[in-house]
Design a protein around this ligand. Structure first.
Ligand SMILES: [Zn+2]
Length: 349
């Protein structure tokens, strides 16, 4: 077979191989085989010695033409392979713009927080300040400053969690009152404060008991503060929280830090006082405890009980939320179930 026939065959074969190459790598293999240093065209040039001298130039020309042809086809084949690869990748990573956007879930206020915020605004409107205090308290502030000396039986009523021999998770927010009374300058103004916050008591958790709950206590200390001031204030709270047509009543009670002590009931907002399951057929619902600040509590804070007097009250924010929203299990407040919490979305302001 002479070189011209071989070049003709190589031309057909080479162009077909370039066309068939399906990847950049296999195309490169074809390139090396056709036009590489030891490739087919080079081998043909090596055989020039066998060609008659008058035909060598023509063969040389044909080889160069074929090399150019192969190189052109290799280049365009490479371009189209790259293009195909890009297209395939774009197809694979295609973003479907018809999909709906991802929604951002905005949280809702916890029902206890809703009640707390509302009551804070209510009391701030009446001139009270909102004061926070530590949840790990000393026995001194949690008990002694509140007329609960060591061995006082009422300490057992508030069995709580001790951190060490002298410190505990506070069983009430009253120590915040004690701390604030100590610092307050009564020559300048009366003290009117509320202290909302978490408190702890040892309890077996069930639908109506929780070892932690939210309390809000209030305190007013000044000259000539009386039980009628307390009654008037509590009536405003009850009507604000449970409806303007609620009736209230005070019953005698006992707390170590107040004397006299009372508990307040409101007329049942479910049955209006006729009797139902919520009010246990009494027509009344107990909502908070209160009283006139015990002279020992004032003295402990360095306040002269002969000159100053005050009233205090304490309510459970959990209890208010349970009553207001008809919740039947206190544990729902602390279980972090978003489905439970989202029911109160409408209550936000
Ligand atoms: Zn009722």
């Amino acid at each position: 077979m002479d070189l011209f026939d071989r070049l003709k065959d190589l031309r057909e074969q080479g162009l077909a191989e370039i066309k068939e190459a399906e990847s950049e790598k296999s195309l490169n293999d074809v390139r090396v085989k056709l036009v590489g240093k030891k490739g087919d065209l080079t081998q043909i040039l090596h055989q020039m010695k066998d060609v008659a001298p008058e035909k060598r130039r023509e063969v040389g020309q044909k080889v160069n033409e074929l090399r150019d042809l192969f190189n052109e086809n290799l280049a365009s084949a490479k371009d189209s392979l790259i293009e195909k690869a890009i297209e395939a990748r774009l197809e694979a990573e295609k973003i479907d713009v018809t999909l709906p956007g991802r929604r951002k879930h905005v949280g809702s206020k916890h029902p206890i927080r809703i009640i707390q915020d509302d009551l804070e605004r209510f009391f701030i409107g009446m001139g009270y300040q909102v004061v926070q205090g530590p949840e790990i308290e000393s026995e001194h502030y949690n008990f002694e400053m509140l007329n609960l000396p060591k061995d006082h039986p009422a300490r057992d009523m508030q069995a709580t969690f001790y951190v060490d021999a002298d410190h505990l998770l506070r069983s009430q927010t009253s120590p915040v009152q004690a701390r604030t009374m100590e610092k307050h300058d009564f020559d300048k103004s009366d003290l009117k404060m509320i202290s909302p916050g978490k408190v702890y008591r040892r309890d077996d958790d069930d639908a109506t008991h929780s070892h932690q709950f939210m309390q809000m206590e209030g305190l007013v200390v000044g000259k000539n503060i009386s039980l009628s001031d307390l009654k008037g204030t509590l009536e405003l709270v009850a009507k604000h929280e449970f409806g303007q047509d609620r009736e209230t009543r005070l019953r005698p009670s006992y707390f170590p830090f107040t004397e006299p002590s009372v508990e307040m009931d409101v007329s049942c907002f479910e049955c209006g006082g006729k009797g139902c399951a919520i009010c246990k057929n009494t027509g009344w619902i107990e909502v908070l405890g209160a009283g006139i600040v015990h002279p020992n509590v004032l003295s402990a804070a360095g306040i002269d009980p002969a000159v100053y007097s005050g009233f205090a009250f304490g309510l459970g924010l959990d209890r208010f939320a349970i009553l207001k929203y008809g919740i039947d299990d206190i544990r729902d407040f602390y279980s972090d179930d978003v489905r439970f919490l989202q029911q109160f979305r409408q209550e936000e302001d």
